[in-house]
Write a protein that binds this ligand. Structure first.
Ligand code: UD2
Length: 258
C-alpha cells in the first residue's frame, strides 16, 4: 500500500490520494481513456516559492479534472532569480509555451492557492471568457466587486489574442486582474461567471503580500496602451524545462525590478 510509512498528522499527503494521480503522464498530462473529452485544457500557474501550495493544488486539481473527464496539461511558470513577481507576464508566457506544444481548446490561468469546491464548476471555455474562481472563504463567499477578475480565469486562444494577452509591466501585487477585465471590456467582451454556489473555492493561507499595490489610476490609464503592452511586446527566455511527475515546470528569464 502506498504511504504506509507516512505519518498522516505530519504530512500534507493526508489531503491527497496519490493513487488517483498514478495514470498522469510525466509532465502533468492526462486524457480519459474511456471517452472523448469535451475539452483539452492547458492549466497555467504563475508561480514562485509556494511549494506546499503547489503540492496540495496539483493533487487536488488533478482529482477534480479527472472527475470532470477533461483532458489536461499542467504548466507551472516560474521566474528565475530575485525579481518582483509579475503574475500577468507569467500568464502570457504560460500561454505561449503551452500553445507551442499543442493547440489547447482552453487556457486556464490559476492561482496556486485556490482549491475548487464544487464539481459542477466545469473547467472548460465557451464563447465568452470565463471568470472561474468567483468567490472563496477569504471573501466570505461573496464576489469582491463587479469587475473582479482574479483567482482563476479561462479563455480560448482567440479570446487571449484579441486582447493582446496580458500586461508585461505590472510588477508586484495587484492590478493585473483588473487590467485583464478592462482589456476585455474595451473590446466589448463581458466575461461569464457561474453562480457562486458553483464557483466557490477554498483559499489556502499565506503571508500578506499587499506591498506595492498599484493605483486604480495607473491601471485605468494603462488601458490606452493595451496595443503596446502584451503578447506583441513580451520578451522572455526559457531557462530550463523540468518534466515533473504532475506538471511541467518552465523556468523563465524575464527582466524587471527586483
Ligand atoms: C489575489 C488574486 C490573484 C491576483 C492577486 C493580485 C484572488 C483569489 N486572487 O491574490 O488572482 O489577482 O490578488 O496580484 O483574488 N504567486 C506566487 N508567488 C508569489 C506571489 C504570487 O506563486 O510570491 C502566485 C500564486 O499562484 C498565487 C498568485 O500568484 O496564488 C496570486 O498571488 P497571491 O496569492 O499572493 O495574492 P492574493 O491572494 O492577494
Amino acid at each position: 500500500m502506498i504511504g504506509t510509512s507516512v505519518k498522516p498528522e505530519l504530512s500534507l499527503d493526508r489531503f491527497t490520494n496519490v493513487e488517483e494521480t498514478l495514470d498522469v503522464r510525466i509532465g502533468g498530462h492526462w486524457t480519459p481513456s474511456y471517452c472523448t473529452p469535451r475539452f483539452n485544457i492547458a492549466l497555467i500557474i504563475p508561480y514562485k516559492d509556494r511549494d506546499e501550495h503547489l503540492h496540495l493544488f496539483t493533487n487536488n486539481i488533478i482529482r477534480f479534472l479527472k472527475a470532470q473527464h477533461i483532458a489536461f496539461s499542467i504548466f507551472v511558470i516560474e521566474p528565475v532569480g530575485k525579481i518582483m513577481f509579475n503574475r500577468a507576464m507569467l500568464m502570457s508566457i504560460g500561454y505561449l509555451e503551452a500553445k507551442k506544444r499543442q493547440n489547447y481548446d482552453c487556457y486556464i490561468f490559476h492561482d496556486v492557492d485556490l482549491i475548487p469546491l464544487i464539481l459542477q464548476n466545469y473547467y472548460g471555455c465557451y464563447d465568452l471568457p470565463r471568470h472561474i474562481a468567483v468567490a472563496s472563504n477569504k471573501t466570505n463567499f461573496k464576489l469582491n466587486y463587479a469587475g473582479y477578475f482574479g483567482g482563476a480565469i479561462g479563455m480560448t486562444a482567440k479570446q487571449i489574442e484579441r486582447i493582446n494577452g496580458f500586461s508585461n509591466i505590472m510588477f508586484g501585487w495587484g492590478g493585473e486582474d483588473d487590467d485583464i477585465y478592462n482589456r476585455l471590456r474595451k473590446m466589448n467582451i463581458k466575461p461569464r461567471r457561474y453562480p457562486i454556489e458553483i464557483s466557490a473555492y477554498v483559499a489556502l493561507g499565506h503571508g500578506d503580500d499587499s506591498a506595492n499595490p498599484k493605483s486604480m489610476d495607473q491601471i485605468e490609464n494603462h488601458l490606452q496602451f493595451m496595443d503596446q503592452d502584451g503578447l506583441n511586446t513580451l520578451v522572455y527566455k526559457v531557462n530550463m524545462v523540468k518534466e515533473r511527475r504532475l506538471f511541467t515546470l518552465i523556468y523563465v528569464n524575464i527582466k524587471g525590478p527586483s
